[in-house]
Design a protein around this ligand. Structure first.
Ligand code: HEM
Length: 623
């Protein structure tokens, strides 16, 4: 298994006296104390003990061999950012250390690559230096998590991040200049308390400002130290977002929606925390980062991941697979075919060599076409169809979740601004898309029905215990719409990240809740008092819908939403029915690979409804 460390630091053995060079005091300098040891000083102040691994590639490579690390992506340290200095000095300083990083890498036997630094206080200068560095061989850039009082959602920083995406530069965000330092003079508290808070602040600023809605999803950005306290307090952020409009910011979706837009490193030093981090962020978003060779770094790089109880394929992702995608590099093992999907993900840059987007690179066609890997040997002709049909369903499920989340967001906004009808129309428009997609999903089963039952049985045995029960997205759609059944979580125990995201959906208000919340907010439904039973609440909700229909002239927009929701519900039942017909046609009344009684179990799901009150309202209507 290849191992790539994306967060570690270097210092050159010497550099010019910056205080003399720029005529200003308090620049970092290196004081060699004994053979192989040195202190970093900032002006007269001691900053940190370091040793020769910082500047000597031989020492570094020997320690990489000791720890089983194949590749390090080195960065300078935040103490050199100089964001508060005149841009001329900060740029010159960045160039000194960027060139020094490349020089060190050139002696690293192909096992050292680098991130540059840029004078982020001047966006034009920062963009120019980034472009220069990308051309000269850096893989991306390390930036501080703020520039004085400006957080990462500052318009200038967003422009810079756009530029990083265009240049194909990976971005590592490192906390620095910690808040509250006056209150943390002792015990390294700026590192142990300030840094995690700083990083959390940056992630939250990017999410709530809507930056991720505006930035291209080709941007590859990673937050150091496990993303600081972000993952642990995501629940708090979600809670605030859902229940307090003032905490919601500008983002289109709730904070959890953006977890796939950024990476975090694994520098968390505790097995339970690593498990939790992977569960929260998902295995595809966490990468080995060690903070080597600094005092708070991982002593044996990679040991936390190696010694964890995470599944092998997750460990492989954390140790190198994700980094290959993040850095857009190929490693030897990936080239030799250890994991073809990861290779593919890393292989194709978002732009062609000429720097222009192409059809294939934008749509990731090569990667997509690598993702069908039949298990039968020799390959059964129909297994490709079986895989493709399921993958197509999953892609449409993804779009459904994307649109249903947006419907929820629009209904919330509709409730918050009862005079405006725009959000209600927008919710109805998006729901129309959901019904059209589901109509296609119902139709699609016919393609699979061209497979003879004998042909399916020829490779069915290899699928066990995989089952549709494990379709995380299908269950997410159910939970999101309001059909929540905690028992179904058990099918996702083997995949902690799927388990965690389903659990989150289970706890979040559903589309059904948000719809009726909006009716309350616009005064069409009285909020239930404390001791009202479920049944009474249900009846009150159905009556509220009934009232809307009775006054069609004034509530056309809301009635349209009701009709679309009802139609969606209806189409999901059609999907269930067609799926049962397919199952009976292909395997008769056999048991399912997920352990259910098969078709007879599935028939019990036909009565399930996402929005039962909307159906009940129809019974209440009189001639
Ligand atoms: C040869 C084709 C298929 C067969 C024989 C089949 C069989 C089954 C069976 C027996 C179950 C019950 C759970 C179990 O015991 O495994 C099930 C559930 C499920 N299947 Fe299929 N299936 C087929 C195709 C599909 C396709 C194309 C999809 C598309 C995504 C799909 C999605 C699901 C889902 C989401 C469930 C869970 C349903 C629920 O819990 O309500 N299946 N399938």
């Amino acid at each position: 298994m290849r191992v790539i460390d994306i967060h570690n630091h270097f210092f050159p053995e010497s550099w010019p006296d910056l205080a003399v060079r720029y005529g200003t005091p308090d620049w970092p300098w290196i004081k060699h104390t004994e053979a192989g040891k040195a202190d970093i000083m900032v002006g007269d102040r001691f900053f940190r003990h370091i040793y020769s691994a910082c500047w000597d590639p031989e020492v570094r490579l020997a320690e990489m061999d000791r720890d089983g690390v194949d590749l390090q992506v080195i960065s300078a340290t935040p103490v050199l950012f100089a964001y508060e200095r005149p841009v001329k000095h900060a740029l010159d300083c960045a160039q000194l250390f960027n060139d020094a990083a490349l020089e060190l890498c050139s002696r690293g036997k192909g096992r050292l690559r680098s991130f540059c630094q840029v004078p982020l206080q001047d966006i034009d200068a920062a963009c120019k230096e980034l472009s220069r560095c990308m051309q000269s061989g850096h893989l991306g850039v390390q930036i501080g998590n703020h520039i004085g009082n400006k957080n990462l959602d500052d318009p200038g920083v967003i422009t810079f991040l756009h530029h990083c995406a265009n240049e194909g530069a990976a971005v590592l965000v490192h906390p620095w200049e910690m808040l509250g330092r006056d209150r943390m003079p002792k015990y390294m508290m700026p590192w142990t308390v300030g840094m995690p808070a700083e990083t959390q602040l940056s992630v939250v600023a990017l999410i709530l400002s809507g930056a991720f809605d505006r930035l291209p999803n080709t941007l590859r950005i990673c937050f150091a130290h496990g993303g600081g306290s972000f993952a642990f307090l995501l629940g708090r952020l979600e809670n605030a977002w859902h229940h307090h409009p003032v905490a919601r910011g500008e983002c289109q979706h709730s904070p959890s929606h953006y977890l796939n837009r950024f990476y975090v490193d694994s520098a968390v030093f505790d097995q339970r925390t690593l498990q939790f981090l992977v569960g929260t962020m998902r295995a595809g978003q966490v990468m080995l980062g060690s903070d080597y060779p600094f005092p708070l770094g991982e002593e044996r790089v990679g040991s936390l991941i190696r010694q964890s109880n995470l599944p092998q394929d997750t460990k492989a992702k954390l140790l190198s697979g994700n980094a290959e995608g993040f850095l857009r590099i190929k490693t030897e093992s990936s080239e030799s075919g250890a994991d073809r999907s990861e290779v593919a993900a890393a292989a194709s840059p978002p732009v062609s060599e000429s720097g222009r987007l192409t059809y294939s690179s934008y749509l990731k066609v090569p990667e997509l076409l690598e993702l069908q890997q039949p298990q039968s040997s020799p390959p059964h002709h129909d297994e490709l169809l079986f895989i493709l049909v399921h993958q197509t369903y999953e892609l449409w499920f993804k779009e459904l979740l994307h649109d249903l989340d947006a419907v929820v967001a629009n209904l919330r906004r509709a409730g918050a601004a009862p005079q405006s009808h725009d959000k209600v129309y927008e919710a109805a428009r998006l729901l129309r898309r959901c019904t059209e997609i589901t109509r296609v999903l119902v139709e699609q089963f016919t393609i699979l029905e061209t497979m003879l039952p004998t042909h399916f049985l020829a490779f069915r045995g290899m699928l066990e215990p995989a089952s549709g029960f494990q379709s995380e997205q299908f269950r997410e759609i159910e939970f999101l719409c309001g059909l929540k059944d905690e028992k179904m979580l058990r099918y996702h125990r083997p995949t902690p990240e799927a388990y965690a995201s389903l659990k989150r959906r289970l706890e979040e208000p559903s589309l059904r809740d948000v719809f009726f919340g909006a009716l309350q907010a616009i005064g069409k439904l009285v909020p239930p008092s404390a001791n009202v039973s479920e049944k009474e609440q249900f009846e009150a909700r159905a009556r509220a819908v009934h009232e809307l229909y009775k006054d069609e002239h004034h509530h056309r927009d809301w009635i349209d939403v009701c009709e679309r929701l009802t139609e969606f519900d209806e189409l999901i039942v059609s999907w269930r029915l067609r799926h049962i017909q397919l199952v009976e046609r292909v395997i008769g009344i056999r048991m399912g690979t997920g352990g259910s009684t098969g078709a007879s179990y599935l028939k019990l799901t036909l009565d399930k409804k996402f929005f039962p009150e909307l159906w009940e309202a129809r019974t209440l209507l009189t001639e």
